[in-house]
Design a protein around this ligand. Structure first.
Ligand code: FNR
Length: 387
């Protein structure tokens, strides 16, 4: 797809008197607009984090420890933001993070971000706990790039079934999330006594799965409570170890990425167990409070991985400068989470498209103004660490 950040910027300026009708521009505006539109519980589910929220905060603050040091007098007329990942050319170093249970934010659920992703040519990572089944999402996306995220179930047959369904529905990589084999202590959700899965939302893939249904006495529409209980129990896979990752690796020919790595020794273990990519993530601070920020973890992980597989990063990415800094410090690409979740709540597919488009436009302008014409030229020399 062709993308012109300057044209997009000018279109906004030229809207002139129509400014009042425009959607939000900054992350903070999207967040506060979502807060004003959503009920307290679903807003809290997206906004909230584990414990005191320290990890969540430090993810964002980590970006402030680095400053971009631009070069001048460089020809930046032509810009290239494309990267290649697992043999596919991506227009931007950006993907949609897997975010589950989207029907609490918008009636179209995951269909809205999936459609926005297709229009922008940005890969969409569908959550295991999507409200809409993976096949329906795939149908809405045509042949656009999509990956499937797995919360590894305890049951191997169910694991195999999810993987086979994902492959058959055209998902081209598997993201195994390993930092959430049980739920973090989330004070906001506890105060609101709110876990959306209990009402049957976020169960799109489970309730349509033949293996899952065969494990139930009654089908999900006849005994929803038992079905939800089993799905949550399968996801609470506290005995998941590297051996289980080996099992997953053996079940699929698709690239397997591991999501939730912040320790360089775990990155090395992941390589030893045959992963094709590493996602440096702490789940947006939703799991472990007081944990290390992802950006702070990135350089050591890059050193441990030594370019053997792609390294992606999420948690705390809010604007173009963050994307540039993450890439300078060794990420091949980044995943966007809460920004698109808020936009989904505010304006559905249009909102998601707009927030992602703006992020990409800002990144491209940042790249150019810092003196680079290709994202692939960005390395550690672009940033300085401030004390
Ligand atoms: C998530 N995240 C997540 N991760 C995952 O692997 N599977 C999932 O189903 C979900 N669901 C989910 C729901 C909500 C409401 C949020 C906010 C996050 C984590 C997500 O993929 C990503 O790691 C974080 O969103 C990154 O942090 P920021 O940038 O959103 O702060």
């Amino acid at each position: 797809m062709t993308f012109d950040s300057e044209k997009l910027q000018m279109k906004i300026y030229e809207s002139g008197d129509g400014a009042a009708k425009l959607l939000p521009v900054s992350f903070d505006e999207w967040e506060s607009k979502a807060k004003s539109l959503l009920a307290a519980a679903p807003f809290g589910y997206v906004h909230g984090a584990a414990g005191a929220g320290d990890t969540n905060r430090s993810n964002v603050e980590a970006f402030q420890k680095y400053r971009i040091r631009p070069r001048v007098c460089c020809d930046i007329t032509k810009r290239d933001m494309s990267i290649s990942l697992f043999g596919a050319k991506l227009p931007f170093p950006v993907l949609f993070a897997p975010i589950g249970v989207n029907t609490i934010l918008h009636p179209e659920g995951e269909l809205a971000p999936a459609r926005a992703a297709s229009k922008l040519g940005i890969p969409y990572i569908l959550s295991n706990v999507s409200s809409i089944p993976m096949e329906t999402v795939a149908e809405a996306m045509g042949n656009h790039v999509r990956w499937f995220q797995l919360y590894p179930p305890k049951n191997h047959e169910l694991t195999r079934s999810f993987l086979e369904r994902a492959e058959a529905a055209g998902y081209s990589a598997i993201v195994v999330t390993v930092d959430s084999t049980l739920l973090g202590w989330r004070e906001t959700d506890l105060r609101n006594a709110y876990l959306p899965f209990l009402s049957g939302q976020g169960m799109g893939n489970y309730f349509t799965d033949p293996v899952f249904c065969s494990m139930l006495k009654e089908p999900p529409d006849q005994d929803k409570e038992a079905a939800v209980k089993l799905a949550l129990d399968e996801g609470n896979n506290t005995c998941f170890t590297w051996k289980e990752l080996d099992f997953i690796r053996q079940q699929t020919r698709l690239p397997v990425l591991i999501k939730g790595i912040t320790h360089p020794d775990d990155a090395v273990m992941a390589l030893e167990h045959g992963v094709d990519g590493i996602i440096v993530s702490n789940h947006g601070g939703r799991q472990l409070d007081g944990a290390v920020a992802t950006l702070d973890s990135l350089p050591a992980i890059g050193e441990a991985v030594q370019g053997k597989v792609p390294v992606l990063l999420d948690s705390g990415i809010r604007r173009g400068a963050d994307i540039l800094k993450a890439i300078a410090l060794g990420a091949d690409a980044v995943l966007i989470g809460r920004p698109y979740a808020y936009a989904l709540a505010v304006a559905g597919e249009t909102g998601v498209r707009e927030v992602m488009e703006h992020l990409v436009a800002e990144t491209e302008l940042q790249l150019a103004i810092s003196g680079k014409s290709s994202i692939r030229e960005v390395d550690a020399s672009l940033v300085v660490q401030v004390k």
